[in-house]
Design a protein around this ligand. Structure first.
Ligand code: TLP
Length: 343
């Protein structure tokens, strides 16, 4: 099966499993897991932040960033298709008590002007803006890399209004691999950054929340406990994260090449509408016009022939390349699409 549903489906490599089996562990609620501590230090160094907190998921990392920096009744600025808006089960409202002010970005990217216009006035009638959240790369936008110049412009506005910024960097290392900009160059503009080890980096579990602010990380640690995310001998999974950060960052370029190749091959199929230039990293978002089948039937037909993809609603679909997809499977996947869609 060529599983292009997500880069979350990757399985740990044998070497990664060996690193997990060898991991030295302790109780992380006491701060005594040496492998978790090493991962946190390593990630903090890579991102140029002083503190890091290991958490079970990207969703939790985002939610801890929100809960730790915004008060119930405040508002946060987010892009309309961001993971925080679409895929976190309304947690920002349910758990942090904040309301979302969402902006319709261009393939997930908000402009500085849009962000500035969304900041609430300092007026006793008005709700207050507590946090500005960006997502890089932007998942539902199609793996879009946030242009650094846009981040810088948004940052200037945020500083002027004294509003902290959070980066959902679940796939920050895809942006790093594609642009060759160091992660610190992105991270410096944000009070908090979340990164995921379980996406393109290929670890089975785990994310980190990073910040220079000890107070924010201390609060996040308390809320991690509240949300049920304080783990014990988590070094077993942290070891996979260390392995992934040490070995799997440069290879993300291969996933990007595969995604671009798949986009070019899919473009040749008349029923597929895709703009290959928009495929900047490992995510392809495209439309398929199929008069014969519903989206569910189409996905099932592809599955029956050995390709798995996700529907995003309407005629829109998503395919994601990753560690467990070999180059020849890109050609195979494209010919399966051609076969199914030419019937
Ligand atoms: N994304 C998943 C699904 O939840 C949609 C996927 O298959 O792409 N931020 C971003 C930008 C993400 O794409 C994801 C996961 C998360 C956060 C959440 O990570 P987890 O699944 O670890 O909670």
């Amino acid at each position: 099966m060529i599983d292009l549903r997500s880069d979350t489906v990757t399985k740990p490599t044998d070497e990664m499993r060996k690193a997990m089996a060898r991991a030295d562990v302790g109780d992380d609620v006491y701060g005594e897991d040496p492998t978790v501590n090493r991962l946190q230090d390593m990630a903090a160094n890579m991102l140029g932040k002083r503190f890091a907190l290991f958490v079970p998921s990207g969703t939790m990392a985002n939610q801890l960033a929100i809960r730790s920096q915004a008060q119930p009744g405040q508002e946060i600025i987010v892009e309309s298709k961001s993971h925080i808006v679409r895929y976190e089960q309304g947690a920002a409202g349910a758990l942090a008590g904040v309301q979302l002010h969402w902006i319709y970005g261009e393939r997930g990217v908000m402009s500085a002007e849009q962000v500035e216009a969304a900041i609430r006035p300092n007026d006793p009638h008005s709700v207050t803006t507590a946090l500005i959240c960006l997502e890089n790369t932007h998942n539902a936008g199609g793996g879009t890399i946030y242009p650094l110049s846009t981040i810088e412009r948004i940052r200037t506005i945020a500083v002027r209004h004294r509003i902290p910024m959070h980066l959902d960097g679940a796939r920050l290392f895809n942006a790093v691999a594609a642009t060759t900009l160091p992660p610190t160059v992105y991270a410096q503009h944000f009070e908090t950054v979340s990164i995921c080890l379980s996406k393109g980096l290929g670890a089975p579990v785990g994310s980190l929340l990073l910040s220079n602010d000890q107070h924010v990380i201390d609060r996040a640690r308390r809320f991690r406990r509240m949300y049920g995310g304080a783990m014990r001998q988590a070094g077993i999974v942290a070891a996979a994260g260390i392995y992934a950060l040490e070995r799997h960052v440069p290879r993300l370029k291969t996933d990007h090449e595969h995604a671009k190749k798949l986009a070019r091959l899919l473009q040749q199929i008349p029923a597929v509408q895709i703009v290959p230039q928009h495929v900047e990293t490992n995510i392809l978002i495209f439309d398929i016009v199929d008069e014969q089948r519903t989206p569910t039937e189409l996905v099932t037909a592809l599955k029956d022939h050995g390709v798995l993809i996700n529907t995003l609603g309407g005629n829109t679909y998503r395919a994601v390349t990753h560690l467990n997809i070999a180059g020849k499977q890109i050609d195979e996947a494209a010919s399966i699409f051609t076969k199914i869609l030419s019937r």
